[in-house]
Design a protein around this ligand. Structure first.
Ligand code: AMP
Length: 204
């Protein structure tokens, strides 16, 4: 737990779809008691609600496009102003420069600091294999397959990533907040690297 001298560290996991952000976020939740904020999960929940907004979001997500900044910023604002945590892990947010600016404002407004941005790097080939594997695993286990876990949506999601999200790498690098890790190894190996980075950010 953090004490009064060391305010909680908030962490952004940045990287293309399928790189393992969700998996690593869950490990940080288990090991460190941090709170995961996944806009993808929140949007999938909204989708289930069957409201008009939920249905619109579902169509956009199925195509692999990004949902509007306004919607996702609203979702994150609600969490940041209502949930108390010993550090948040932002998983899949921010995805645009406008979202990054909005997050900086929200953290300031709620008296919090951004600890570190961790860029997870992986080959595109591996991504396709992971995502196709995720869909096959889910199918084999009789679980629902994500509507956007198919090759066509994946291509679109990757394109969205390179066009709209990858500029954030330069943005956070320029701010001095970026750490990059090779995310090609095993889950445990990557988790160890991430844990070290979070520990360093706590001490900073
Ligand atoms: P994810 O679970 O993070 O892969 O997100 C699944 C889908 O939700 C994305 O392909 C987008 O359609 C949408 N989404 C999730 N997070 C965001 C975000 N921060 N901004 C815009 N769209 C998002």
């Amino acid at each position: 737990m953090s004490d009064a001298q060391t305010p909680p560290v908030n962490v952004i996991l940045l990287g293309p779809p399928g790189v393992g952000k969700g998996t690593q976020a869950q490990i940080l939740v288990e090991n460190r008691g941090m709170v995961q904020l996944s806009t993808g999960d929140m949007l999938r929940e909204a989708k289930k609600s069957g409201t008009e907004m939920g249905n619109r979001v579902a169509e956009v997500m199925a195509r692999g496009e990004l949902v509007t900044d306004e919607i996702v910023i609203g979702l994150i604002e609600e969490k940041l102003t209502t949930v108390k945590a010993d550090g948040f892990i932002f998983d899949g947010f921010p995805r645009t420069l406008a979202q990054a600016d909005a997050l900086a404002d929200l953290l300031k407004k709620t008296g919090q600091r951004l600890g570190v941005v961790i860029e997870m790097q992986v080959d595109d080939e591996i991504l396709v294999q992971r995502i196709v594997g995720r869909a096959e695993q889910a199918k084999a286990a009789g679980q629902p397959v994500r509507a956007d876990d198919n090759e066509e949506s994946l291509k679109f999601r990757l394109m969205e990533y390179y066009k709209k999200t990858s500029p954030l790498i330069g943005y956070y690098h320029a701010k001095g907040d970026l750490k990059s890790v090779d995310a090609m190894g095993g889950i445990e190996e990557i988790a160890t690297k991430l844990d070290e980075i979070v520990e360093q950010a706590k001490a900073a």
